[in-house]
Design a protein around this ligand. Structure first.
Ligand SMILES: [Zn+2]
Length: 183
């Protein structure tokens, strides 16, 4: 892997480690109440903004100590967006990345967002909890999405990241099955 690729992987590992530490330190359990965490731990208010540009999921306003969330998005989408902004709050409070020469200037914003996504995924779907559910036989996407209160897409991406995708079915077994859990 090239030097920038290595550096990127290192930054993403760091972002996940920060999220993991917060989950452990505050003894959070799934589904993680990201809004309560913002308010009670990070000191960030959450506002559901009905007038926000539809292409924007959420915005972190450091000046207001607030996260403005697109009110029209689905609940699971909003939760991930809040966790993403929380990642920016913890990871990007200074200009440490902008001052580093490893990453070309044009790639910095993309890297910051990738870090915030890595943080959000680890925060809402802690690796230990994902492994535990899969080991316990929660083996389809809809069931896992419900456990973590995230979208099925987010679970799928996380499973691939954790190399667990082969253990999980893309759909529930039996149409409309209330359990959807197989061993
Ligand atoms: Zn972002």
């Amino acid at each position: 892997m090239d030097r920038i690729g290595d550096y990127r992987q290192y930054r993403l590992r760091l972002a996940r480690a920060v999220a993991r530490r917060l989950v452990l330190e505050h003894r959070l359990s799934v589904p993680i109440d990201v809004e309560a965490f913002c308010k009670n731990v990070a000191g960030l208010e959450i506002y559901f903004d009905p007038g926000i540009d539809d292409r924007v999921s959420a915005v972190l306003r450091r000046d207001l100590r607030a996260v403005l969330v697109n009110a029209s998005k689905a609940r699971v989408h909003q939760r991930f967006s809040i966790a993403h902004e929380l990642g920016h709050w913890y990871l990007h409070s200074d200009s440490s990345v902008a001052n580093e020469r490893t990453v070309p200037l044009a790639a910095i914003n993309e890297l910051l967002d990738a870090e915030a996504n890595a943080f959000a995924a680890e925060f809402l779907m802690p690796a230990a909890a994902v492994h535990e559910f899969v080991r316990a036989g929660v083996a389809d996407l809809p069931a896992l999405a419900v456990r973590f209160e995230v979208s099925q897409e987010a679970v799928w991406y996380r499973l691939k990241e954790l190399r667990l995708a082969h253990r999980v079915r893309p759909r529930a077994i039996g149409n409309g099955s209330p359990r959807g859990v197989v061993t």
